[in-house]
Design a binder for this molecule. Structure first.
Ligand code: C2E
Ligand code: SIN
Ligand code: SIN
Ligand code: FE
Ligand code: FE
Length: 586
C-alpha cells in the first residue's frame, strides 16, 4: 500500500510520525498464534501489522509505530490486557487510538468491564476472518478520519498566523512610507501619500487574490489620475494580461464598465514594453507609445488599440518587485488625465515616484494574498486528493461563479464600494472551502464509481457539519462566512436539503431565506459546476441540459432570484468556466 495522500513533510507533526493507512498493533504473548493472526490480517484485510509480544511494552510500541487500531489478544487470559486499556486511555499520544479485544470466551460481566474501561470493541471467537477484518477496518477508518480532521485544523491555524504576519508586513510598509513624509516636497505629495496609506489600510483587509488585483489597479489609476491601467502577472516565462481598466472605453458602454477583454500571454523578452520592464526590473516612462525611439529594443504593440478603438499615448510601466528582487508582474498606467477630464501632456516625476511606492505596497499585499490563498488551497487539496476526478479548478470555478452571482445580486440593490468588495472577497474564499468537510468522508464512498446507497449518502451528508466544525475555533468574520457556506451549501429553497435545523422538536431543512445568501449562492454555483463536469459517478452535461435542470429547480432547490441572475449573467459564468478548464489528470 502506498503512503496515504496526507503524508507530506511540511504537515508531519512534531510528536513523530502519523498514521497514513490502516495499521494494526497486535499485542499478543502467544508466539505462534499471533504470527498466524498477523498473516491473516495482512492478506485478508490489507493491513500492515506489527506484533508486540509483551503487554507491558504495548504503550511504548504504540507511540513508536502509530497504529490506527490496537488489537489486544486476550485468548490466553484477560488479566493484563484490561489494565493496559486504561493505560492507553491515559496516555496522550495514543489516547484516541481504538482498542479492540479478541477473546476466546467472555462472560457478560467481563465484556461490560472492558467497555467501561474504554475498549472500543470486543470480539469473541469463533469469529470469521471477514467479520474480524471488517470490524478492525471500521475502527481504523474512523480513527484516520479524526487524524485528518485535526490535520486540517492545523493547516487552518497556520493560515491564521500567516495572515497576522501579512498584517505586520503591511504595517512596516506604511511606516517606511510615512518616514518619507518629512521629505522636502509639495503639499500635494503629502496629500497623495496619505491617500496612498489609506489604500494600504484597505488593501490590508483584502485577502482574495482576484479582488486584490482589481483593487490595486483601480487605486493606481485613480491616484495617478490616469485614464487606463493594466496589470500583467508573471507565469513562468510569460506575462499574462490579467487585469485591465479603461475609463474612456467604459464611458462608451451602457453599463459604464470597462469592456471585457480576453486574457492573453506574452513571452518575456525585451521586445515589448512590459517584457522589457519585467526582464530589467526597471520602470519605464514612455512619452508617446507611437514614437518610441528606433534605438530602443522594445516596441509598442498597437494591435490592441486598433481592436478597441483607443489611442495609448503616455505610459509608465512599473515592475511589481518583491523584497528578494523577484518580479511578480508589471503594472502599467496609461494616459494622464488633467483637470476636468482634459488630457495632461505627460506623467510627472512625482507620478513615477508615487507609482513606485504604490507598487511596493501592492507587491507585499499581493504576496501575502497569494500565501493565504495557497494555504486555503492546500486545505482544499488535502480534501481533493481523495477525489481526484475533481481538480482544484472546481473550487476556483465555484468561487468565480459565486462572485458573479453576488455582484449582480448586489448591483440590483445598489450595493457597491469597499464594504461590498470585502463581502465579495470573503464569499470567494469561503466558496473555495465549501467541500472541505469531505476530508471526513471515507474514500471508498467518495470514489465509488456508481450510485450511492442510502447509508453511504447519509455519510456523505455529514461533510457539511464536519467542515463547519473547522471554523468554530476562535472565529473571525471570515470564519463566520466560511462556516455558513460550508454548513449550509446543500440546503434547498423548498426546505428539503441538509443538514437542516431543529424547530420545536422537529428536524427539518431550512427554507427560503433561512439559508443565508452566501450559502444559497455557493449551493447554486456548486451544482452548476458539478453538473457541467464529469465526476467519478457521472458524465458531464451540456450547458443546455444544465440550465434546463436549474430552471426547473427554481423555487425547489434554488432561490428563484439567483436562478434568474445566473441566466442573465450566463456569458460571464461561461467565461469563468472557459478560463478555468479542468487540468489533465496526473
Ligand atoms: P458533488 O459531486 O460536488 O455534487 C454537488 C451537488 O451537485 C450534489 O449534491 C447535487 O445537488 C448536484 N448534482 C451532482 N450530480 C448530479 C446529477 O447527476 N443530477 C442532479 N440532479 N444533481 C446532481 P448532493 O446530492 O448533496 O451530493 C453531495 C456529494 O455527494 C456530491 O458532491 C458527491 O461527492 C457525492 N455524491 C452524490 N451522489 C453520488 C453518487 O451517486 N455517487 C458517488 N460516488 N458520489 C455521490
Ligand atoms: C481572512 O479573510 O481572514 C482570510 C481568508 C482569505 O485569505 O481570504
Ligand atoms: C487564485 O487564483 O485565486 C489564487 C492563485 C494564487 O494562489 O496565486
Ligand atoms: Fe458539498
Ligand atoms: Fe463541490
Amino acid at each position: 500500500m502506498s503512503m496515504g495522500p496526507f503524508h507530506s513533510p511540511e504537515m508531519s507533526s512534531a510528536s513523530g510520525g502519523e498514521p497514513t493507512n490502516d495499521q494494526i498493533l497486535l499485542v499478543s504473548g502467544a508466539f505462534t498464534a499471533s504470527r498466524e493472526l498477523a498473516k491473516l490480517l495482512r492478506t485478508a484485510g490489507g493491513f500492515s501489522v506489527e506484533i508486540c509480544p509483551r503487554v507491558g511494552d504495548a504503550i511504548g510500541e504504540a507511540i513508536r509505530s502509530c497504529p490506527t487500531v490496537v488489537l489486544l489478544d486476550a485468548r490466553e487470559g484477560i488479566g493484563d490486557v484490561l489494565g493496559v486499556v486504561g493505560e492507553f486511555q491515559r496516555t496522550a499520544e495514543v489516547g484516541a487510538v481504538p482498542c479492540v479485544i479478541l477473546a476466546s470466551s467472555a462472560t457478560e460481566s467481563i465484556r461490560e468491564e472492558a467497555f467501561l474501561r474504554g475498549v472500543d470493541d470486543f470480539v469473541v471467537e469463533p469469529v470469521s476472518t471477514v467479520e474480524l477484518t471488517a470490524r478492525l477496518k471500521t475502527h481504523s477508518t474512523a480513527y484516520l478520519n479524526i487524524v485528518r480532521r485535526n490535520r486540517s485544523i492545523t493547516a487552518y491555524e497556520s493560515l491564521q498566523s500567516e495572515l497576522r504576519h501579512a498584517h505586520r508586513a503591511l504595517d512596516d510598509a506604511r511606516l517606511r512610507l510615512s518616514a518619507r513624509e518629512g521629505d522636502p516636497g509639495e503639499e500635494e505629495w503629502r496629500e497623495r501619500v496619505s491617500a496612498l496609506m489609506q489604500v494600504g489600510i484597505e488593501l490590508n483587509q483584502i485577502h482574495d487574490f482576484h479582488t486584490l488585483m482589481d483593487r490595486i489597479l483601480s487605486e493606481a489609476q485613480h491616484l495617478l489620475k490616469a485614464d487606463a491601467g493594466t496589470i500583467f502577472l508573471r507565469e513562468g516565462d510569460f506575462l499574462r494580461f490579467a487585469f485591465f481598466l479603461n475609463e474612456t472605453l467604459a464611458q462608451r458602454t451602457a453599463s459604464g464598465q470597462t469592456p471585457h477583454v480576453s486574457s492573453f500571454r506574452l513571452p518575456i523578452t525585451d521586445r515589448s514594453v512590459a517584457g522589457w520592464v519585467c526582464l530589467t526590473g526597471q520602470p519605464l516612462h514612455v512619452a508617446d507609445c507611437y514614437a518610441i525611439s528606433p534605438e530602443a529594443p522594445y516596441r509598442f504593440d498597437s494591435s490592441f488599440d486598433q481592436l478597441l478603438g483607443y489611442r495609448t499615448k503616455s505610459m509608465i510601466a512599473m515592475p511589481l518587485k518583491n523584497q528578494s528582487g523577484r518580479i511578480l508582474g508589471v503594472v502599467e498606467v496609461i494616459n494622464p488625465v488633467g483637470e476636468n477630464g482634459s488630457s495632461r501632456p505627460n506623467f510627472s516625476e512625482a507620478d513615477i515616484r508615487l507609482l513606485e511606492h504604490f507598487a511596493n505596497i501592492a507587491t507585499v499585499a499581493l504576496e501575502r494574498a497569494r500565501l493565504s490563498d495557497s494555504v486555503i488551497l492546500r486545505m482544499i487539496r488535502m480534501a481533493e486528493i481523495r477525489d481526484p476526478a475533481e481538480t482544484g479548478r472546481h473550487v476556483e470555478r465555484v468561487a468565480g461563479y459565486s462572485a458573479v452571482l453576488f455582484e449582480e445580486w448586489a448591483r440590483r440593490r445598489g450595493l457597491e464600494g469597499p464594504a461590498f468588495e470585502r463581502q465579495r472577497d470573503r464569499l470567494r474564499s469561503a466558496a473555495k472551502l465549501h467541500d472541505i468537510g469531505k476530508i471526513g468522508v471515507p474514500d471508498t464512498i467518495l470514489k465509488k464509481p456508481g450510485r450511492l446507497t442510502a447509508e453511504e449518502f447519509e455519510l456523505v451528508k455529514k461533510h457539511a457539519e464536519i467542515g463547519a466544525d473547522l471554523f468554530l475555533h476562535d472565529p473571525s468574520d471570515f470564519d463566520d462566512a466560511a462556516r455558513e457556506v460550508v454548513l449550509l451549501h446543500h440546503e434547498r429553497w423548498d426546505g428539503t436539503g441538509y443538514p437542516g435545523l431543529d424547530d420545536g422538536g422537529e428536524h427539518r431543512g431550512r427554507r427560503g431565506e433561512e439559508t443565508p445568501l452566501f450559502a444559497r449562492i455557493v449551493g447554486l454555483a456548486d451544482v452548476f459546476d458539478a453538473l457541467s463536469s464529469s465526476r467519478c459517478y457521472k458524465d458531464s452535461w451540456s450547458e443546455e441540459k444544465v440550465l434546463e435542470l436549474i430552471r426547473s429547480e427554481s423555487e425547489r432547490h434554488f432561490d428563484p432570484e439567483l436562478v434568474d441572475i445566473l441566466l442573465e449573467r450566463i456569458a460571464e459564468i461561461r467565461s469563468v468556466r472557459e478560463s478555468l478548464p479542468d487540468l489533465p489528470r496526473p
